[in-house]
Design a protein around this ligand. Structure first.
Ligand SMILES: Nc1ncnc2c1ncn2[C@@H]1O[C@H](COP(=O)(O)OP(=O)(O)OP(=O)(O)O)[C@@H](O)[C@H]1O
Ligand SMILES: [Mg+2]
Length: 635
């Protein structure tokens, strides 16, 4: 069957309204896009306070009020005209644009698919003026200096588009996320959010750390590291969630470039790669990262919503982000907040505060502590300050007073209780006096060992209370980091007095022959002595006490799995991790107090030692105040 030939229509320019509606498809996907555009306009206007109101998920109404420079009445019609902007006037200006907007089309696009009015007053003007986009009517109105943009009945005129909107609740969630993205990037501005008449967020202007913490929620407050590279206004700053604050979805990742939220593949890859060593499997890190650089080095005119960018030197940016994030995550155990738990009391951060500045460790970092300035927090009603955390915890425990309610604690509790019952107070005192008073300034972050529990955990006393260490997991990380450091220089190996032989299949033998040098670079000498036998002649010094045959078998298995030598290079760290497992102390090995203390000190020195190689916490802090509360003992 043949369709009739289409009647030819002469080429004609599209009507302006239709052009706008087509353009709107690029910029105004849903209410959240309107939120983003209006907030960005308010920021470009130099506002110091911005309020966003949304009704029925923003479908019914979105209002943004700012106290910025305003728009003079004669320019109000232009604000709604496509390709009219006050932000750039030439190609040269476009190439170094520092404002968030520059296309001159957001308001026109929005006005083509919704009812829009703008009320604005410039400083020194007698009154505000209001323009109605649909009718073009312009009239004096009441209003203070600044601008209020109201967008109502989104897509009411274009029902086909409206069908694509989800429920008000879903759209509302997207609007809140758009608000967060903008507000986290602009801590210098106070933001308020009102949803269906209820004020849900009130973020006063403050420093970037406080803003990020306000934006990322409670889990994050207790488990993050601070990254500071370069100066304010030029460099990379951020808060990096620890593995314990990781998420099943990549929904708490905020990357800002020059105050603009972006979702850029290159940057996301750099961060992901930097986390690879501490975050295994399917988990996604939570983070806020702000990159500030010369606008001429980054092109934001790639995507209508400006969420993708192009860098002049993308390799350099990738390197910077990767190195900075990796280094910030690679600090010794006990120097940040305790992993694996909510920070429970004012004392919980003191270990971190007592540490000498980490800038001495060659990582080029400042103090990595949870570093929140109480003064900043004092302005927030429920702000993540230690006191607020205390209040929250007290509330959480309402049903069963005295016992921690967080689910994650439950498995550990029986053991802890048993351990506490087993201790004579004298033991604790002996531990303290052995090393000087617990309160003294030279108590190391993870404290001193007091006992071993069931051959699995080390119990230690530090300035804050009780520390419980998963001995194998912690040691595994230490051995792994040691092997990696050694591998970089050429692993030191040690000959076995009596070579160990193992029977394997022929493929394994060929694998050992083929990769002889690579295996040697891992500090392992495997010598095929028959078509089905291999002799282990040397092992890495760090693994001298490991079961050599089991170690060789695992390494050969991994090599076979990864195949080509390029793949082996790429999986080198995994190989080392496999080897590390063999070198780490096994459960049920009795450790002397001296050995346990040595392990604690080693943890403090070892990068990323807060997590084992699989991203699980290696230690947990139980603050004394918390333990007191278990026993209903007030202090
Ligand atoms: N809240 C505001 N305060 C002051 N001026 C505003 C405000 N919102 C918009 N304007 C003015 O209206 C103009 C048009 O805004 P619009 O958002 O449509 O374009 P833009 O911000 O210039 O570029 P883009 O399309 O990239 O957002 C702006 O250039 C600005 O001069
Ligand atoms: Mg704009």
């Amino acid at each position: 069957m043949q369709s009739p030939p289409a009647a030819r229509r002469p080429i004609a320019p599209l009507p302006d309204m239709l052009v706008s509606q087509i353009a709107a498809g690029e910029v105004v996907e849903r209410p959240a896009s309107v939120v983003k555009e209006l907030l960005e306009n308010a920021i470009d206007a130099g506002a110091s306070r911005i309020e966003l109101r949304i009704e029925e998920g923003g479908i019914r109404r979105i209002t943004v009020a700012d106290d910025g420079i305003g728009i003079p009445p004669e320019e109000l019609p232009l604000a709604l005209t496509r390709h009219a902007t006050s932000k750039i006037g030439s190609l040269a200006e476009l190439e170094r644009v520092a404002s968030l907007g520059f296309r001159g089309e957001a308001l026109a696009s929005i006005a083509s698919v919704a009812s829009v009015s703008i009320t604005s007053r410039t400083a020194g003007a007698d009154s505000a003026w209001r323009i109605d986009a649909r009718s073009g009517a312009l009239a004096p109105a009441a209003g203070t200096t600044g601008t209020v943009v109201e967008v109502a009945d989104l897509y009411a005129q274009t029902p086909a588009r409206r069908k694509f909107l989800r429920s008000p609740a879903t759209e509302s969630a997207h609007c809140i996320e758009a608000f967060r993205r903008v507000a986290i990037a602009h801590p210098e501005i106070g933001f308020a959010l009102v949803i269906d008449g209820r004020r849900t967020e009130q973020w006063p202007a403050g420093d970037w750390q406080a803003r990020s913490l306000a934006g990322l929620g409670a889990d994050f407050r207790d488990a993050h590291r601070v990254l500071e590279r370069g100066e304010e206004g030029h460099g990379l700053h951020g808060l990096l969630g620890l593995p314990t604050a990781s998420r099943a979805r990549a929904d708490r990742q905020y990357f800002h470039i020059n105050g603009r939220f972006v979702r850029d593949r290159l940057l996301m890859h750099a961060v992901r790669q930097a986390y690879a060593d501490v975050l295994h499997g399917e988990r996604h890190p939570a983070y806020v990262l702000a990159l500030t650089l010369d606008p001429a080095l980054v092109d934001v005119n790639v995507h209508p919503a400006k969420t993708e960018v192009r860098f002049r030197d993308s390799q350099a940016v990738h390197r910077l982000v990767f190195n900075a994030v990796r280094d910030a995550l690679r600090i010794g155990a006990g120097t940040g907040p305790a992993p694996g738990m909510r920070m429970a009391g004012p004392g919980a951060q003191s270990a971190a505060r007592q540490l000498p500045s980490r800038s001495q460790d060659g990582l080029g970092l400042e103090v990595p502590a949870a570093g929140v300035t109480p003064a900043v927090f004092a302005r927030h009603p429920d702000d993540g300050s230690p006191a607020a955390a205390d209040r929250t915890m007290a509330a959480d425990r309402g049903a069963a007073p005295g016992w921690p309610a967080a689910a994650g604690w439950a498995p550990g509790l029986a053991g802890i209780r048993a351990a506490l019952a087993a201790f004579e107070p004298a033991d604790l005192d002996a531990g303290a006096s052995r090393h000087g008073a617990a309160a003294s300034g030279d108590m190391p972050p993870l404290g001193f060992a007091i006992a071993q529990l069931h051959g699995v955990y080390i119990l230690a006393q530090n300035a804050d209370g009780l520390v419980v260490v998963d001995m194998h997991a912690a040691h595994e990380r230490i051995v792994y980091e040691g092997l990696k450091a050694a591998a970089a220089k050429g692993v030191e190996s040690q000959p076995l007095l009596i070579p160990v032989t193992l029977r394997v299949d022929e493929i394994a033998v060929r694998c050992a022959e083929e990769h002889r040098e690579r295996i040697a670079s891992l500090g392992l000498e495997l010598d095929p002595i028959s078509p089905t036998t291999i002799a282990v002649r040397r092992v890495p010094l760090a693994l001298a006490r490991a079961d050599a045959a089991a170690l060789a078998r695992d390494v050969l298995d991994e090599l076979r799995e990864h195949g080509s030598s390029r793949a082996i290079e790429a999986h080198r760290d995994e190989l080392l991790a496999t080897m590390a497992c063999h070198g780490a102390v096994r459960a049920n090995r009795r450790l002397s107090t001296g050995e346990m203390d040595a392990l604690l000190r080693e943890m403090e020195r070892t990068a990323s030692a807060d997590q084992c190689n699989h991203g699980r916490p290696t230690w947990v802090q139980f603050p004394l105040g918390e333990i007191d509360r278990w026993f209903l003992r007030g202090r």
